[in-house]
Design a protein around this ligand. Structure first.
Ligand code: ADP
Ligand code: MG
Length: 671
């Protein structure tokens, strides 16, 4: 719609409310002079003295306006530019003579009769016409008629003119109405447009509001972003500074690295030299180790492949104090400073009286000499010190067998396993030996040796083998299980007990838990079978095998720690009831196995062709640890009590025989 409007109208619209708020008459006046009331009033005043003129004004104002502006109809229909021109020219025609001039002009322009309305067309007003000839006498009816005719015709002419003028005015009025309608329509359109424009303006206002809000928001964001940029720039500066510092540090570090590389290269060269030296020394060390083993073995052999240590336990609290002189420890040839090797047992006089039943004779003294004699006050560590070198031989590949021989209560278990309560001070040979072996094995690892240890713990009671490492209560559960001594495999010389537990161990704690398990199993067996542990031999065996990968060497040997059954003889006063028969059988079995052990040692000592290993389970199981290059140590445990004198004497006699059985050079040296 806006697009269809002529440019002038658009400019009018653009003027906005100002122009639209003007009174409608003014607006109309500017466009339609004929409708202006102001003009009408003005004209009324001007023409007031002429009542006739006033009377003849019909459609009125148009005529009056036409009088003041003779060319108004032309102006109304002429283009806008010409209208303006006419408007400029119009004042020139105003003045006192204006009416006349207008009249004249109307007269000269006949067709525009509307303008000439104030005066009769004939140019002579009826008044003037009546005034002209003198008043006819009453009789002059003809003359009067003539005058009346003239006047009538003049009136007719005038009527015609007026009718014509009226028509024209009507036509003009129609045009004006049409124009008014057009203008009204135009006005409506303009109002519509204005409403639209207002709505648009409102919308624009809203849009503007939104846009300004967005602008504000964007400005805030911009502000934030600026802040961010500023902080980033600051951080960048900080990072640049840091980078510079790091670069400087890097430079320093690189220099250091270069130095270190140079030092490293130097060190590597040195390491290579050292490695060569180390290899050479390792080789040398290995040679020395092998030499040590050889010499160690030589020493052990010189000391005797079968050695006997005597240990006298102290009197326990609650036991009678032994009479002085019952057991004496004479000093050696080098005095009391050197370790004791001798022991004298003196039979009390009354004891002898009872034997011969006669007069009291002089006391009889029995002297014994062993590889070492431990006095009652000797500590466990002192005992082990003497044994440790022998234990070392097991690592070097020599079978080692340590026995504890003696009557029940003489201290065999104390020597082998230790005292009660788990006190480390009273730890026995077994825990000390394994700890020593593990420690030496770890040291030998540095020379290329690697060792493995496998433990087993069995009990031989009445020539029957039981596994002490079976689970707790295993003695009951495994009652049907047969434990037989067999070769470990075809072609193997190693002997094992079938169905027994062979447990790999690598530390003392593991061995300790095995000893604990064995103790528990022994306790259970004691209560269920009313059996004394002292009536059985218990054999703790540690299979040691070592490898030297570099030298392709291999060594394997068992270490046996045997707590023998009580060596006491059968009580002569024992009755022959069913329980006693069992006890008799038990004692015979013990005596038989102990005497077999003695016979085996003697046969080995005498290098007899037949060694009666098979005569007892104990010697049969231990045969590999007794023959050849095996090392054997026997502890003969003695009770200090007077009441145990006979048993002590028996034990010492047995041990003495064993001691004489020492094989090889050691024996010669001993003598
Ligand atoms: P066995 O095993 O020969 O029957 P034990 O080793 O059981 O004898 O010893 C019997 C008692 O004597 C135990 O109470 C033990 O603690 C104690 N005993 C043995 N030898 C010693 C010793 N050298 N020092 C202290 N007490 C000992
Ligand atoms: Mg015991």
């Amino acid at each position: 719609m806006k697009g269809n409007l002529p440019p002038k109208k658009l400019s009018l619209m653009e003027k906005g409310n100002m122009e639209l708020k003007m009174p409608p008459d003014k607006v109309s006046c500017s466009r339609l002079p004929v409708l202006g009331l102001g003009a009408k009033r003005k004209l009324d005043k001007e023409n007031a003295p002429e009542p006739k003129k006033k009377r003849i004004r019909g459609p009125g104002t148009a005529v009056t306006t036409a009088g003041s502006r003779p060319r108004v109809s032309t102006v109304a229909t002429m283009p806008r530019a010409k209208k303006q021109e006419a408007a400029q020219k119009a004042p020139l025609k105003t003045g006192p003579w204006h009416t006349t001039a207008a009249t004249t002009d109307v007269k000269s322009r006949k067709p525009i009769s509307a303008v000439s309305a104030p005066k009769p067309v004939s140019g002579v007003s009826p008044t003037t016409a009546r005034k002209g000839p003198s008043k006819r006498p009453a009789w002059d009816v003809k003359g009067q008629l003539c005058d009346l005719r003239k006047e009538f015709s003049a009136c007719q002419v005038q009527t015609e003119a007026l009718t014509k003028e009226n028509r024209e005015l009507k036509s003009q009025f129609g045009q004006a109405e049409q124009q008014a309608k057009t203008l009204e329509a135009e006005n409506k359109v303009l109002i519509g447009e204005l409403t639209e424009i207002r709505a648009q303006a409102k919308q624009d206002q809203l849009e503007l509001g939104k846009l300004s809000a967005r602008v504000q928001e964007q400005e805030e964001r911009l502000h934030t972003q600026e802040g961010l940029i500023q902080s980033i720039q600051e951080e960048r500066l900080h990072l640049q500074e840091e980078r510079r510092n790091l670069a400087a540090r890097l430079e320093v570090q690189e220099a250091q690295l270069q130095e270190s590389m140079a030092a490293l290269a130097k060190s590597q060269a040195e390491i290579t030299t050292q490695a060569a030296l180390l290899a050479e020394r390792t080789e040398h060390l290995h040679g020395l180790e092998m030499e040590r083993r050889y010499l160690h073995n030589q020493l052990q052999e010189l000391k005797g492949n079968i050695r006997v240590f005597c240990r006298v336990r102290p009197a326990l609290p609650g036991e009678p104090t032994p009479p002085p002189g019952l057991i004496l420890f004479p000093p050696g040839p080098n005095g009391a400073s050197e370790p004791s090797t001798r022991l004298s047992l003196t039979r009390p006089p009354e004891d002898r009286c009872s034997i011969i039943g006669g007069l009291p004779g002089p006391p009889v003294r029995y002297d014994f000499s062993f590889d070492r004699v431990f006095l009652p006050g000797s500590k466990q560590n002192e005992v082990f010190e003497e044994v440790s070198l022998l234990v070392q031989s097991a690592l070097d590949g020599y079978p080692v067998c340590i026995f504890a021989y003696g009557q029940t209560g003489s201290g065999k278990t104390f020597t082998m396993e230790g005292g009660p309560g788990g006190d480390p001070q009273v730890e026995g040979l077994i825990p000390r030996a394994v700890r020593h072996l593990f420690s030496v094995a770890r040291k030998l690892e540095a020379q290329g040796w690697s060792y493995t240890f496998v433990a087993s713990y069995v009990e031989i009671y009445n020539e029957t083998i039981r596994d002490l490492l079976a689970c707790v209560g295993g003695a009951q559960k495994c009652q049907g299980v047969e434990y037989e001594i067999r070769l470990a495999g075809p072609g193997s010389k190693e002997l094992i007990v079938t169905n027994a537990q062979y447990v790999p161990v690598s530390c003392e704690e593991e061995v300790e838990s095995l000893l604990h398990l064995a103790r528990q199993n022994r306790a259970v067996a004691r209560t269920t079978q009313n059996e004394q542990s002292s009536r059985s031999h218990s054999v703790f065996q540690l299979q040691i095998s070592g490898k030297h990968m570099g030298q392709n060497l291999h060594c394997a040997a068992p270490l046996n720690l045997v707590d023998l059954a009580g060596s006491e003889r059968l009580d002569s006063g024992l009755s022959t009831g069913p329980g006693d028969r069992e006890r008799l059988k038990e004692t015979q079995a013990i005596n038989s196995s102990l005497s077999t052990l003695g016979l085996v040692i003697m046969a080995l000592s005498n290098k007899e062709s037949h060694v009666p290993y098979r005569n007892s389970k104990l010697t049969y199981l231990l045969q590999n640890s007794l023959r050849g290059s095996a090392k054997m140590l026997m502890f003969v445990n003695i009770s200090p009590l007077e009441e145990n004198f006979s048993e002590s004497l028996n034990s010492l006699r047995f041990a003495s025989k064993v001691n004489q059985c020492v094989i090889g050079t050691a024996r010669a040296n001993k003598k």
